[in-house]
Design a protein around this ligand. Structure first.
Ligand code: OAD
Length: 262
Protein backbone atom coordinates (compact mmCIF):
# COMPACT_ATOMS: atom_id res chain seq x y z
CA UNK A 1 0.00 0.00 0.00
CA UNK A 2 2.82 2.41 0.95
CA UNK A 3 4.67 1.74 -2.32
CA UNK A 4 1.55 2.38 -4.41
CA UNK A 5 0.95 5.59 -2.43
CA UNK A 6 4.55 6.67 -3.10
CA UNK A 7 4.15 6.25 -6.84
CA UNK A 8 0.82 8.11 -6.70
CA UNK A 9 2.45 10.98 -4.81
CA UNK A 10 5.33 11.08 -7.28
CA UNK A 11 3.05 11.47 -10.29
CA UNK A 12 0.63 13.95 -8.65
CA UNK A 13 0.85 17.53 -9.88
CA UNK A 14 -1.54 19.00 -7.30
CA UNK A 15 -1.72 17.69 -3.76
CA UNK A 16 -4.43 19.03 -1.43
CA UNK A 17 -4.63 18.19 2.25
CA UNK A 18 -7.34 18.52 4.89
CA UNK A 19 -6.19 18.41 8.50
CA UNK A 20 -7.97 18.28 11.85
CA UNK A 21 -7.25 18.21 15.55
CA UNK A 22 -5.45 14.84 15.32
CA UNK A 23 -2.50 16.53 13.60
CA UNK A 24 -1.90 18.59 16.76
CA UNK A 25 -2.54 15.70 19.18
CA UNK A 26 1.17 14.85 19.27
CA UNK A 27 1.82 18.47 20.29
CA UNK A 28 -0.33 17.71 23.36
CA UNK A 29 -3.37 19.65 22.23
CA UNK A 30 -6.41 17.50 23.00
CA UNK A 31 -8.76 16.55 20.17
CA UNK A 32 -12.53 17.05 20.34
CA UNK A 33 -13.46 13.44 19.64
CA UNK A 34 -11.84 10.02 19.83
CA UNK A 35 -9.39 8.66 22.39
CA UNK A 36 -7.67 11.26 24.59
CA UNK A 37 -10.18 13.91 23.54
CA UNK A 38 -11.57 16.61 25.77
CA UNK A 39 -14.95 18.12 24.98
CA UNK A 40 -15.60 19.53 28.47
CA UNK A 41 -14.35 22.73 30.08
CA UNK A 42 -15.37 23.46 33.69
CA UNK A 43 -18.32 21.14 33.18
CA UNK A 44 -19.45 23.06 30.10
CA UNK A 45 -19.68 21.24 26.79
CA UNK A 46 -17.30 23.10 24.46
CA UNK A 47 -20.16 23.41 21.96
CA UNK A 48 -22.13 25.36 24.61
CA UNK A 49 -19.34 27.90 25.21
CA UNK A 50 -17.99 28.33 21.69
CA UNK A 51 -21.24 29.61 20.20
CA UNK A 52 -22.97 32.96 19.53
CA UNK A 53 -25.66 32.24 22.17
CA UNK A 54 -23.01 31.94 24.91
CA UNK A 55 -21.41 35.21 23.73
CA UNK A 56 -24.76 37.02 23.84
CA UNK A 57 -25.43 35.74 27.33
CA UNK A 58 -22.00 35.98 28.94
CA UNK A 59 -19.02 37.21 26.85
CA UNK A 60 -16.84 37.07 29.99
CA UNK A 61 -17.37 33.33 30.26
CA UNK A 62 -16.55 32.87 26.58
CA UNK A 63 -13.34 34.90 26.96
CA UNK A 64 -12.46 32.92 30.08
CA UNK A 65 -12.71 29.75 27.98
CA UNK A 66 -10.57 31.19 25.15
CA UNK A 67 -8.10 32.64 27.63
CA UNK A 68 -7.71 29.13 29.03
CA UNK A 69 -7.29 27.67 25.52
CA UNK A 70 -4.75 30.38 24.52
CA UNK A 71 -2.78 29.65 27.68
CA UNK A 72 -2.90 25.92 26.96
CA UNK A 73 -1.87 26.33 23.29
CA UNK A 74 0.59 29.17 23.79
CA UNK A 75 3.62 27.01 24.62
CA UNK A 76 2.84 24.16 22.24
CA UNK A 77 5.30 23.40 19.46
CA UNK A 78 4.66 21.94 16.02
CA UNK A 79 5.32 18.21 15.70
CA UNK A 80 6.64 15.80 13.07
CA UNK A 81 3.27 15.73 11.24
CA UNK A 82 3.22 19.53 10.80
CA UNK A 83 6.88 19.43 9.75
CA UNK A 84 6.31 16.64 7.19
CA UNK A 85 3.50 18.68 5.59
CA UNK A 86 5.61 21.85 5.46
CA UNK A 87 8.50 19.88 3.91
CA UNK A 88 6.16 18.31 1.34
CA UNK A 89 4.90 21.75 0.31
CA UNK A 90 8.45 22.97 -0.20
CA UNK A 91 9.43 19.86 -2.17
CA UNK A 92 6.40 20.10 -4.47
CA UNK A 93 6.97 23.80 -5.01
CA UNK A 94 10.58 23.13 -6.02
CA UNK A 95 9.18 20.67 -8.58
CA UNK A 96 6.76 23.36 -9.91
CA UNK A 97 3.81 21.43 -8.49
CA UNK A 98 0.89 22.73 -6.43
CA UNK A 99 0.16 22.09 -2.76
CA UNK A 100 -2.67 23.43 -0.68
CA UNK A 101 -3.48 22.79 2.93
CA UNK A 102 -6.95 23.22 4.40
CA UNK A 103 -7.08 23.03 8.17
CA UNK A 104 -9.86 23.00 10.72
CA UNK A 105 -7.32 23.76 13.45
CA UNK A 106 -7.12 27.18 15.05
CA UNK A 107 -3.71 26.70 16.71
CA UNK A 108 -1.54 28.05 13.81
CA UNK A 109 1.01 25.22 14.25
CA UNK A 110 1.05 24.58 10.48
CA UNK A 111 2.37 28.13 10.01
CA UNK A 112 4.91 27.66 12.81
CA UNK A 113 6.20 24.56 10.96
CA UNK A 114 6.63 26.59 7.77
CA UNK A 115 3.50 25.76 5.74
CA UNK A 116 2.57 28.67 3.47
CA UNK A 117 -0.48 27.88 1.35
CA UNK A 118 -2.89 27.32 4.24
CA UNK A 119 -6.64 27.96 4.42
CA UNK A 120 -7.87 28.17 8.02
CA UNK A 121 -11.50 27.08 7.79
CA UNK A 122 -12.21 27.79 11.47
CA UNK A 123 -10.04 30.90 11.94
CA UNK A 124 -7.18 31.39 14.38
CA UNK A 125 -7.09 31.54 18.16
CA UNK A 126 -4.29 34.11 17.80
CA UNK A 127 -6.48 36.64 15.96
CA UNK A 128 -9.17 38.87 17.42
CA UNK A 129 -12.01 40.71 15.72
CA UNK A 130 -13.84 43.83 16.82
CA UNK A 131 -17.55 43.21 17.24
CA UNK A 132 -18.26 46.86 16.36
CA UNK A 133 -15.99 47.82 13.43
CA UNK A 134 -14.96 44.32 12.29
CA UNK A 135 -11.21 45.08 12.45
CA UNK A 136 -9.14 41.88 12.65
CA UNK A 137 -5.67 41.78 14.15
CA UNK A 138 -3.08 39.38 15.52
CA UNK A 139 -3.05 39.13 19.29
CA UNK A 140 -0.80 36.76 21.28
CA UNK A 141 -1.54 38.27 24.69
CA UNK A 142 -2.11 35.75 27.48
CA UNK A 143 -3.96 36.69 29.61
CA UNK A 144 -6.09 38.54 27.09
CA UNK A 145 -6.57 41.34 29.69
CA UNK A 146 -5.30 41.65 33.26
CA UNK A 147 -8.70 40.66 34.59
CA UNK A 148 -8.10 37.15 33.24
CA UNK A 149 -4.80 36.89 35.07
CA UNK A 150 -5.83 34.83 38.03
CA UNK A 151 -5.95 31.05 37.82
CA UNK A 152 -9.49 29.86 37.56
CA UNK A 153 -10.60 28.45 40.90
CA UNK A 154 -13.22 26.22 39.35
CA UNK A 155 -15.85 28.56 40.77
CA UNK A 156 -17.82 30.64 38.32
CA UNK A 157 -16.06 33.94 37.73
CA UNK A 158 -18.10 36.97 36.79
CA UNK A 159 -16.38 39.22 34.31
CA UNK A 160 -17.74 42.67 33.58
CA UNK A 161 -17.71 44.58 30.29
CA UNK A 162 -14.68 46.59 31.58
CA UNK A 163 -12.73 43.33 31.90
CA UNK A 164 -13.09 42.41 28.23
CA UNK A 165 -10.51 43.29 25.54
CA UNK A 166 -11.36 46.44 23.55
CA UNK A 167 -10.68 47.54 19.98
CA UNK A 168 -7.73 49.93 19.66
CA UNK A 169 -8.95 51.42 16.37
CA UNK A 170 -10.92 54.14 18.16
CA UNK A 171 -14.39 52.58 18.17
CA UNK A 172 -13.95 50.99 21.63
CA UNK A 173 -15.90 47.89 20.55
CA UNK A 174 -15.40 44.58 22.33
CA UNK A 175 -12.97 42.13 20.73
CA UNK A 176 -13.89 38.49 20.21
CA UNK A 177 -11.74 35.55 19.14
CA UNK A 178 -11.58 35.44 15.33
CA UNK A 179 -12.69 31.84 15.18
CA UNK A 180 -15.79 30.20 13.75
CA UNK A 181 -18.16 29.21 16.52
CA UNK A 182 -20.61 26.35 16.45
CA UNK A 183 -23.64 27.52 14.48
CA UNK A 184 -21.71 30.22 12.57
CA UNK A 185 -21.01 30.18 8.84
CA UNK A 186 -17.53 29.78 7.46
CA UNK A 187 -16.00 32.59 5.42
CA UNK A 188 -17.20 32.27 1.80
CA UNK A 189 -13.75 32.80 0.36
CA UNK A 190 -12.24 30.12 2.62
CA UNK A 191 -14.85 27.55 1.79
CA UNK A 192 -14.58 28.36 -1.94
CA UNK A 193 -10.83 27.87 -1.72
CA UNK A 194 -11.33 24.52 0.01
CA UNK A 195 -13.82 23.33 -2.63
CA UNK A 196 -11.54 24.51 -5.46
CA UNK A 197 -8.61 22.60 -3.97
CA UNK A 198 -10.69 19.43 -3.64
CA UNK A 199 -11.97 19.77 -7.22
CA UNK A 200 -8.64 20.54 -8.84
CA UNK A 201 -6.17 18.31 -7.01
CA UNK A 202 -5.12 14.89 -8.20
CA UNK A 203 -4.29 13.62 -4.71
CA UNK A 204 -6.37 14.52 -1.64
CA UNK A 205 -5.17 13.62 1.86
CA UNK A 206 -7.42 13.67 4.94
CA UNK A 207 -5.29 13.70 8.08
CA UNK A 208 -6.24 13.58 11.78
CA UNK A 209 -9.88 14.53 11.42
CA UNK A 210 -12.94 12.57 12.51
CA UNK A 211 -14.60 13.81 9.27
CA UNK A 212 -17.81 14.43 11.17
CA UNK A 213 -18.04 18.20 10.81
CA UNK A 214 -19.41 19.73 7.61
CA UNK A 215 -18.50 21.16 5.20
CA UNK A 216 -14.92 19.90 5.64
CA UNK A 217 -16.11 16.31 5.79
CA UNK A 218 -17.58 16.45 2.29
CA UNK A 219 -14.31 17.53 0.67
CA UNK A 220 -13.06 13.96 0.23
CA UNK A 221 -16.16 13.06 -1.79
CA UNK A 222 -15.76 16.17 -3.93
CA UNK A 223 -12.12 15.26 -4.58
CA UNK A 224 -13.02 11.67 -5.39
CA UNK A 225 -15.86 12.56 -7.73
CA UNK A 226 -13.55 15.06 -9.47
CA UNK A 227 -11.13 12.22 -10.24
CA UNK A 228 -8.53 12.59 -7.50
CA UNK A 229 -6.98 9.71 -5.60
CA UNK A 230 -7.75 9.98 -1.90
CA UNK A 231 -6.00 8.91 1.30
CA UNK A 232 -6.98 8.95 4.98
CA UNK A 233 -4.38 9.04 7.74
CA UNK A 234 -5.85 8.64 11.23
CA UNK A 235 -5.25 6.91 14.52
CA UNK A 236 -8.61 5.18 14.17
CA UNK A 237 -11.14 4.13 11.59
CA UNK A 238 -13.30 7.07 10.39
CA UNK A 239 -16.35 7.56 8.21
CA UNK A 240 -14.04 8.90 5.47
CA UNK A 241 -12.21 5.57 5.14
CA UNK A 242 -14.72 4.16 2.68
CA UNK A 243 -14.09 7.08 0.28
CA UNK A 244 -10.34 6.54 0.42
CA UNK A 245 -8.10 4.75 -2.06
CA UNK A 246 -5.47 4.53 0.67
CA UNK A 247 -6.02 4.21 4.44
CA UNK A 248 -3.19 4.39 6.98
CA UNK A 249 -4.01 3.94 10.64
CA UNK A 250 -1.54 5.25 13.22
CA UNK A 251 -0.02 8.49 14.49
CA UNK A 252 0.29 11.20 11.85
CA UNK A 253 3.69 12.20 13.26
CA UNK A 254 4.99 8.70 12.57
CA UNK A 255 3.19 7.94 9.30
CA UNK A 256 3.58 11.20 7.35
CA UNK A 257 7.40 11.46 7.33
CA UNK A 258 7.53 7.93 5.87
CA UNK A 259 4.69 8.48 3.40
CA UNK A 260 6.25 11.65 2.04
CA UNK A 261 9.81 10.30 1.79
CA UNK A 262 9.88 9.96 -2.00
P1 OAD B 1 -11.91 15.61 16.11
O1 OAD B 1 -11.54 15.75 17.54
O2 OAD B 1 -13.34 15.42 15.76
O3 OAD B 1 -11.13 14.37 15.50
C1 OAD B 1 -9.76 14.18 15.75
C2 OAD B 1 -9.33 12.97 14.97
O4 OAD B 1 -7.94 12.84 15.09
C3 OAD B 1 -9.95 11.65 15.48
O5 OAD B 1 -10.51 10.96 14.36
C4 OAD B 1 -8.74 10.89 16.04
O6 OAD B 1 -8.84 9.49 15.81
C5 OAD B 1 -7.60 11.48 15.25
N1 OAD B 1 -6.28 11.44 15.91
C6 OAD B 1 -5.99 11.63 17.22
N2 OAD B 1 -4.66 11.59 17.42
C7 OAD B 1 -4.09 11.38 16.21
C8 OAD B 1 -2.74 11.25 15.76
N3 OAD B 1 -1.70 11.34 16.57
N4 OAD B 1 -2.53 11.04 14.43
C9 OAD B 1 -3.58 10.94 13.57
N5 OAD B 1 -4.88 11.06 13.94
C10 OAD B 1 -5.13 11.28 15.24
O7 OAD B 1 -11.26 16.85 15.38
P2 OAD B 1 -11.68 17.52 14.00
O8 OAD B 1 -12.08 16.48 13.01
O9 OAD B 1 -10.58 18.44 13.64
O10 OAD B 1 -14.81 22.87 15.16
O11 OAD B 1 -12.95 18.33 14.42
C11 OAD B 1 -13.52 19.16 13.48
C12 OAD B 1 -14.09 20.37 14.13
O12 OAD B 1 -15.01 19.96 15.12
C13 OAD B 1 -13.10 21.23 14.91
O13 OAD B 1 -12.41 22.12 14.10
C14 OAD B 1 -13.99 21.92 15.86
C15 OAD B 1 -14.75 20.71 16.32
O14 OAD B 1 -15.88 20.79 16.97
C16 OAD B 1 -15.02 24.11 15.69
O15 OAD B 1 -14.49 24.47 16.71
C17 OAD B 1 -15.93 24.97 14.89
Amino acid sequence: MKEIFHSQLKKSRYVAVLTGAGVSAESNIPTFRGSGSNSLWKNHEVTQVACPQAWEKDPGLVWEFYNYRRKMMGDKKFNLAHKALADLEKKLQDQQKTFSLITQNIDDLHFDAGSKNVTRLHGSIWMVRCCKCGYVEKNREVPITNAFNQESSGEKNHYKVEDLPKCKQGCDGILRPNVVWFGESLSKSNINQAFLSAQNCDLFLVIGTSSLVQPASSLIQIAKSSGAKTAVINLEETVADHDADFVFHGKAGEILPELFSV
